[in-house]
Design a protein around this ligand. Sequence first.
Ligand code: 13P
Ligand code: ZN
Length: 273
Amino acid sequence: MREIMESVLTNRAALAAEVNKVAEVAGYLWQKGWAERNGGNITINITEHIDDEMRSLPAISEAKPIGIILPHLKGTYFYCKGTNKRMRDLARDPMRNGSIIRILDDCASYVIIADEPVMPTSELPAHLSVHNWFIETGKPYKASVHTHPIELVAMTHCKEFLKKDVLTNLLWSMIPETKAFCPRGLGIIPYKLPGSNALADATISELSDYDVVMWEKHGVFAVDTDVMAAFDQIDVLNKSALIYIAAKSMGFSPDGMSQEQMREMSVAFHLPK
Ligand code: 13P
Ligand code: ZN
């Protein structure tokens, strides 16, 4: 049996609730088959839950470069999945499969402060660039989720589906809820090296128009006010992908909802597009 470890989450109910939501979502990602091995990563901005005692906690790692300068992140705090850590392990034990980092005053490096020196995800440049952009643009978003949803990724192996908004319109038309609950659609980012600054930059520019973007032949990156809401957006999109594939495997191309039915949805649900 594992000994009970000291954790910064002890007696910090609001912070613990946010981290436990990450663990809950990590469990869903594993159950769905979207998180093979260490696949996928999650970060959340937890700065609002950091008290004076946590602010004065010493670093438990040396300062590590982020690789980019992110001026709006000075003094902010994030919970990050650890690199090479498994979602299925994070679901059971978030503080041993992820860690809390503080962004230093140079806005270009960070230190780990709790609970253990678990190195953050290799996709940190993309995650932190996105959080920097949320603050810069005054968005209330706090969570970013990257995962490998099987059917959505499979669809990116077809050139036609990589054209702007082809997948958005197809997926929206499979079931009314998809447009209602992923109202900005699915942006497409042509293949780029995982963990690269080029992928981070492309992600930022596509997020001006979408809350969920597809990294071609790799996975999706979704943002929202909290981790559960970001997960829900991916889940409704992948549900539509499954309906499309189910129809195709029954031997026909699905009709999809008509443009008129989609317009009616947009009016009824006050949707932006
Ligand atoms: P990490 O284990 O570094 O988070 O990487 C997983 C992944 O999906 C990279 O794109
Ligand atoms: Zn990935």
